[in-house]
Structures are given as structure tokens and as C-alpha cells.
Ligand binder design. Structure first.
Ligand code: KG4
Ligand code: ZN
Length: 394
């Protein structure tokens, strides 16, 4: 099955085209195209993602990215294929539907008419799209674009939960000649850490998810972003803090709290840790904070990593997990990757551990295509809606 996937849940506009062959639960993958366009430069001056700006950027970028993706796959080089000429009546009905679908995205509609309508139908089997969770205005652009493509090309639509994408992102592993998909041994346990979510998810089977732990306040990525701002670092805070933590600087004795590290549940809380940094910085004053910044960044990062690692291993033991997966933007954090791996080797040497390729940690559409392959359900275009607050499971 060849899937064209679209992701616009936050500040990345992404399209991927991937083909899955072989057995459904242990497929081979060939990645025909995987484009991610980041809007970081647009949002940075506001210190975070501005939903309506994100929406406008998606509207502007989707068509050029789709054209780039289709070009990359060289789908149109196949000669001898005849594309059916639509009767005027069918054509008119389709165009009317397209007008309705893209009514709220005038710029996208204009580009769609100019560049996409005339394209021959690509050889794909379905269009997958992230329908939530995420920022509603951003999600809708992707969903409407996917609906329009589904109508134009007569292809089924597969709505995909963004967190399912992060769940499956670590299955894609590098191979000499490209990529391969790893198997999951069930039950599996995933630590999903992004800007909006921090969850421990148990899966007894593909798609049989249960959120067994979650943050009670800020997500881990959100804590990185907020603490970065307190320390005078730019957005997004995660990569800035981990870079800062590697620098040399003055040191003093600082101990930040490790909230809920020893609680018996699988939940997290990061807002107290952020407040502790805020008070520390207030007490130190500007000059001292600047000198101590690498040290504070390192201690903060260690505090977050300590909690995440300890609770993930605890949960893995309790749920007798056979596979542990890591996913989400914060999975790019070097310290987290290193420490989780080292501790798992020591404490659960027989448990399979899958860590995502660093290109797969942030938002991308390839993870959406993979999730669509494993758990996607094909739907008619008018049955797919954005849902900003949808959860992976109850
Ligand atoms: O998954 P993602 O790209 O978007 C959401 O779905 O939220 O995650 C973005 C989050 C941001 O909060 C960002 O600061 C964090 O991931 N992040 C990191 C690192 N790279 C990105 N956090 C810690 N260390 C990193 N290296
Ligand atoms: Zn994400």
C-alpha cells in the first residue's frame, strides 16, 4: 500500500509518501519522499507558536511541498499511463465539492486550483492526515487539504492521531540501503514526550492503547520551553537548553526538585520544577544567572531526565513490557536517549528498546504514514474532522 501522509498539527508543515509491502505487522517500507518544513523562524520572535500564524504558513506551504514530494517520487515519469478524462458533469460536481472544502482556506484554494487540479492522478492508495491532537486552526488546514485531495483523486482518507505517529516513529530504523521497520513485541510501553504531551502508553496490541500515566500539569517539552525563556534562551527551548548544558561555566551547588519521581503512580508533574528555576533565577539576579546558565540548564535537564527514566523503567517492570519505545520532540534530547538506554541495559537487559532516528523525533509526516499503515482506518472524506483534544485512548 502506498500512502501519502500530511501533518500540520503544530508548527511543521510535512508531507511524506511511503510504500508498505509484505506482511501487515512486519512490513518492508520504502520512503519515496519525506519533507518537513519548519516554521520556527516565524514563531521565534513571539517566544512560542502563534496558532493563526501557523495556520497561514501551512496554507502557504502545503501545495509547494506536495509538488516537491510528487516530483521526488518521480511518479509522473511512468510512461504509457492514460488518465481517464472526466465527463464535464463529474468534473463540475467535483469542483463544487472542492470549492466547499477549501472555502475557509482561500490562499490554499487558489494554489490548489492553479497547480494541483491539472496534475495527473498519482499512484497512491490512500491519503493519511493528522486530525488531532494539536492546534485546531493548524489541524484544519491539513485536514481540508487532505479531504480535497481525496475527492480530486478518488482516494480513501485515513485520519491519524498525532500521538500514534509519535508512538510508531521509533519503528523506522536506518539500513544500508534505506530504511527498515522494526517489529514490536507486545505488550509494549511507550514514553511519549512532546511539547504538548507527556504520557506513558501501554499497548497490548497494535492500536490497543491505554494511557497509564501522564503529566498533571506541564508537558516535558513545555517545561523545556518555559525554562529556556526564564533563562533568556530562545524558542524552542529543548534544543537550546541541551546546547547550553554542554557549555563550560561557573558552578555552585544547586539542587532542583525531581517532582513525583518516587510516587507510586506513573504520572508526572513539571510545573513545580519550572517554578523552582524561576525562584532560583530571581534570587541569583541577572549577572549571576548569566554566568551560571550552563550549570542551571544542565541541572534542569538532569532533573527532567531523572524523572522520565526512573518512572519509565518502573512502569516497564510493572507492565512486564517486552518492548519500550521512545517518541516525541523531547526524544531528540541526547541526555534522555543516553540515560534511558544505559539504565534499560542495566535493569531490563532482555527488553527490546526502540529509540527514534533523530529525524523522526520532531513532528513529521512519515510517522503519520507508518501509523496509518499499522492502525489506520479508511474513511470517506466527509467523515474526517479535526479534533484538537483527541486522546490516544481513555
Ligand atoms: O513532538 P514535537 O515536535 O511537537 C509537539 O507535538 O509538541 O515536540 C516539540 C517539543 C518542544 O517543546 C521542544 O522544546 C522539545 O520538543 N524538544 C526538545 C529537544 N528538541 C525538541 N526538548 C529537549 N531536548 C531536545 N533536544
Ligand atoms: Zn508532536
Amino acid at each position: 500500500m502506498r500512502i501519502l501522509a500530511i501533518e500540520t498539527s503544530c508548527d511543521e508543515t510535512a508531507i511524506a509518501i511511503a510504500e508498505f509491502t509484505g506482511p501487515k505487522t512486519s512490513p518492508r517500507i520504502s520512503v519515496l519522499s519525506n519533507i518537513v518544513s519548519s516554521q520556527i523562524a516565524v514563531h521565534r520572535k513571539f517566544g512560542g507558536v502563534v496558532p493563526n500564524l501557523a495556520r497561514r504558513e501551512h496554507e502557504k506551504n502545503l501545495v509547494p511541498i506536495l509538488r516537491g514530494a510528487l516530483k521526488e517520487t518521480k511518479m509522473y515519469k511512468v510512461s504509457g499511463i492514460k488518465y481517464p478524462v472526466l465527463s464535464k458533469r463529474i468534473q463540475n460536481t467535483k469542483y463544487k465539492i472542492l470549492d466547499t472544502i477549501l472555502a475557509r482556506e482561500p490562499e490554499l484554494k487558489q494554489q490548489f486550483k492553479k497547480y494541483i487540479l491539472s496534475l495527473p492522478k498519482p499512484e497512491i492508495d490512500a491519503v493519511a492526515v493528522t486530525y488531532g491532537p494539536g492546534l485546531a486552526p493548524a489541524l484544519w488546514v491539513g485536514v481540508n487539504f487532505a479531504r480535497a485531495l481525496s475527492v480530486l483523486w478518488n482516494k480513501p482518507l485515513i485520519p491519524v492521531n498525532h500521538m500514534a505517529g509519535h508512538f510508531y516513529s521509533s519503528l523506522l530504523q536506518n539500513e544500508k540501503s534505506g530504511y527498515r521497520i522494526e517489529n514490536i513485541r507486545f505488550p509494549a510501553l511507550a514514553l511519549l514526550v512532546s511539547g504538548g504531551h507527556t504520557e506513558i502508553v501501554e499497548a497490548k496490541q497494535h492500536g490497543a492503547w491505554k494511557i497509564v500515566g501522564a503529566t498533571r500539569d506541564d508537558a516535558a517539552g513545555e517545561a523545556f520551553d518555559k525554562v529556556a525563556r526564564i533563562l533568556g534562551l530562545s524558542y524552542p527551548g529543548g534544543p537550546e537548553i541541551s546546547k547550553e548544558a554542554l557549555k563550560k561555566g561557573k558552578k555552585i551547588k544547586i539542587t532542583l526538585p525531581r517532582p513525583m519521581m518516587n510516587s507510586k503512580d506513573n504520572d508526572f508533574s513539571f510545573s513545580g520544577l519550572k517554578t523552582a528555576v524561576l525562584y532560583l533565577v530571581r534570587d541569583l539576579g541577572r549577572t549571576k544567572t548569566k554566568k551560571l546558565r550552563p550549570h542551571i540548564a544542565k541541572e534542569f535537564q538532569n532533573a527532567v531526565v531523572d524523572v522520565l527514566v526512573k518512572k519509565t523503567i518502573r512502569a516497564a517492570k510493572a507492565f512486564k513490557a517486552k518492548t519500550i519505545l521512545l517518541g516525541g520532540g523531547v526524544a531528540a534530547n541526547h541526555e534522555l536517549r543516553k540515560r534511558l538506554e544505559a539504565n534499560l541495559k542495566k535493569e531490563l537487559p532482555n527488553t527490546k528498546y526502540l529509540i527514534p532516528n533523530t529525524r523522526m523525533t520532531g513532528d513529521n509526516a512519515l510517522m503519520i504514514a507508518i501509523a496509518a499503515h499499522f492502525v489506520g482506518k479508511k474513511k470517506a472524506w466527509n467523515k474526517v474532522h479535526a479534533d484538537a483534544n483527541v486522546r490516544l485512548a481513555r
